[in-house]
Design a binder for this molecule. Structure first.
Ligand code: PRP
Ligand code: URA
Length: 209
């Protein structure tokens, strides 16, 4: 396994990944499982946040406390990345949220851009890119290209399911970016879907079957 890929190993993730993979899971249960896994990913990623010490007073005496010493910016890749936002926000309520709109062309599997909106200055921010699926790696790689062009220097990518092919390509394209994931699956099929996977994450999140 590449050192850039941090695969979370947790009983609650295993339980929730099973809910996500099951084709009989309803949209409602799918969303809530994505949210719970996102909570855990957020807690893990937050271990890397820069903290500043500060002085506070409890009702009893003076003591030291901490605050997060940098802007945190979540960037979901539309659409499916949106499903991960609420789980991250719950744990990191001070985070700002930008959006990147990419849609895979079904024939070429190349990402097609349709929307970008991020906070103006992300050069000193800790940027967390969110997309449940790292399949061929095209969408995540393209999104990081954009964020780097915007000046972002500290970026991590968080997904739910990664395919070996996409992981390899992403790490080749961006060897400086850490990837946090909840599962590493076997392979892609001929249509670029992850096996065993969970199907189309956008459709399952939004009920657009
Ligand atoms: C899915 C998924 C990723 C992308 C992954 O989005 O959410 O963004 O495919 O595939 P890749 O690694 O091969 O680029 P999709 O393009 O289907 O759009 P959607 O989220 O709007 O359904
Ligand atoms: N996008 C998805 O939503 N699912 C896959 O398996 C691959 C790409």
């Amino acid at each position: 396994m590449n050192k850039n890929f941090i695969l979370l190993d947790h009983p609650l993730i295993k339980r929730d990944m099973t809910i996500l993979r099951d084709k009989n899971t309803s949209t409602e249960f799918f969303r809530s499982a994505v949210k719970r896994i996102s909570n855990i990913l957020a807690v893990e990623i937050a271990k890397s946040f820069d903290l500043k010490e500060l002085n506070i007073e409890t009702p009893l005496e003076k003591t030291k406390g901490y605050k997060i010493n940098q802007e945190i910016v979540l960037i979901p890749i539309l659409r499916a990345g949106l499903g991960m936002v609420s789980g991250f926000i719950e744990v990191i309520p001070e985070a700002k949220v930008g959006h990147i709109g990419l849609q895979r062309d079904e024939n070429t599997l190349r990402p097609v851009e349709y929307y970008y909106k991020t906070p103006k200055d992300i050069s000193n921010a800790f940027v967390i890119l969110l997309d449940p699926m790292l399949a061929t790696g095209g969408s995540a790689s393209e999104a990081v290209n954009y964020l780097k062009k915007k000046g972002a220097k500290q970026i991590v990518f968080s997904c739910l399911v990664a395919a070996p092919e996409g992981l390899k390509k992403f790490i080749e394209n961006h060897p400086d970016i850490k990837i946090y994931g909840a599962a590493l699956d076997r392979q892609l099929n001929e249509k670029g879907y992850i096996l065993p996977g969970l199907g189309d994450a956008g459709d399952r999140t939004f009920g657009t079957f």
